[in-house]
Design a protein around this ligand. Structure first.
Ligand code: HEM
Ligand SMILES: *[C@@H]1O[C@H](CO)[C@@H](O)[C@H](O)[C@H]1NC(C)=O
Ligand SMILES: *[C@@H]1O[C@H](CO)[C@@H](O)[C@H](O)[C@H]1NC(C)=O
Length: 267
């Protein structure tokens, strides 16, 4: 057998055994270059578009599936909980069309990019190939800013998330602003643990009642305080929880890994 035939044979065996991961489509490198302009401020840290994109990833997935329906089924314009994200919905919807990529994918990719742009956490892995849907997800699934811990814990449990995963995920409020534009911690451009400590001790510029409840309720305060005093513990809990969120309703095995595009953008 000559070496070409051998190579073909080997490639066939490896591919049929499922060991070969499809390569990330090159277009995602172009998307990342575009997001660099959209998500970073002059100082190279995350801006308001990045914050909104991180939140949008949660709002697309949590009601049922990460399927782009927040944009494609107009959940963004039709649902009160999404009002603050109408601009980012329109921006990312346009970019999906411009680059010819999936809407559900660009939402999760943008969130992963946004998380990397607000420094402090390790990069999360990001996969592409989700199915888009213009069917709306069920209404009434999102927790609200005045919900108590019991109610938020049960909303997350209903979607398969533990208390620890919930408390880790809400730590993205470290890079969040409220309705009035006030930051939820003193270091709004960083994904750090000040959000946990400042929410708990009342020194944050502004706090959501939901976050106060999570910080001071017996069901959630142990995780809250542990993340507040241990950035590594938060990162260890956050990364898999965010990856799990970003895959809701999708078959991970059918997706293609594009994590390297993000890590190369933030060396
Ligand atoms: C635990 C339940 C949660 C509640 C009740 C909640 C609620 C809110 C509210 C009310 C805002 C402020 C915007 C406004 O005032 O309209 C906000 C902002 C934000 N949320 Fe959450 N959230 C929760 C969990 C999460 C999770 C799991 C993530 C992401 C994984 C997330 C990411 C964000 C981000 C990044 C912002 C900042 C948006 C901006 O500044 O434009 N939130 N959230
Ligand atoms: C939490 O909120 C739910 C729903 O509004 C309410 O039924 C429940 O009594 C509240 N729990 C506590 C401990 O306040
Ligand atoms: C916990 O936070 C809630 C929401 O802000 C507040 O109403 C409540 O008084 C706090 N409870 C304690 C024990 O501090």
């Amino acid at each position: 057998m000559d070496s070409l035939k051998l190579k073909v044979l080997l490639a066939t065996i490896v591919a049929s055994s499922g060991f070969v991961q499809a390569q990330c489509p090159a277009v995602w490198t172009d998307v990342a270059a575009d997001l660099k302009e959209t998500f970073l401020d002059g100082g190279g840290k995350c801006n308001d578009n990045a914050r909104a994109a991180i939140r949008l990833a949660f709002h697309d997935c949590f009601p049922g599936s990460c399927d782009g329906s927040v944009i494609l089924a107009n959940e963004c314009t039709d649902r009160g909980e999404n009002t603050q994200m109408i601009d980012i919905c329109s921006t990312l919807g346009d970019k999906a069309t411009q680059f010819g990529v999936g809407t559900a994918d660009i939402i999760q990719f943008a969130a992963a990019y946004g998380i990397a742009a607000c420094p402090g956490l390790p990069a999360i892995s990001v996969k592409v190939g989700r199915k888009d849907s213009s069917e709306p997800n069920p209404t009434g699934q999102m927790p609200g800013p005045n919900d108590n811990a019991t109610s938020i814990v049960s909303a997350f449990a209903a979607k398969g998330f533990s208390v620890t995963e919930l408390v880790a995920l809400v730590g993205t409020h470290s890079a969040a602003k409220d309705l009035n534009g006030n930051a939820l911690d003193t270091t709004v451009q960083d994904m750090d643990t000040n959000f946990y400590t400042e929410t708990a001790d009342g020194s944050a510029p502004s706090s959501l009642n939901s976050d106060k409840f999570l910080s001071n309720s017996t069901e959630t305060s142990a995780d809250w305080n542990s993340f507040g005093s241990d950035a590594a513990a938060w990162a260890t809990a956050f990364v898999p929880a965010m990856e799990k969120l970003s895959l809701m309703g999708n078959d991970e095995a059918s997706l293609t890994d594009c994590s390297s595009v993000i890590t190369e953008a933030f060396p």
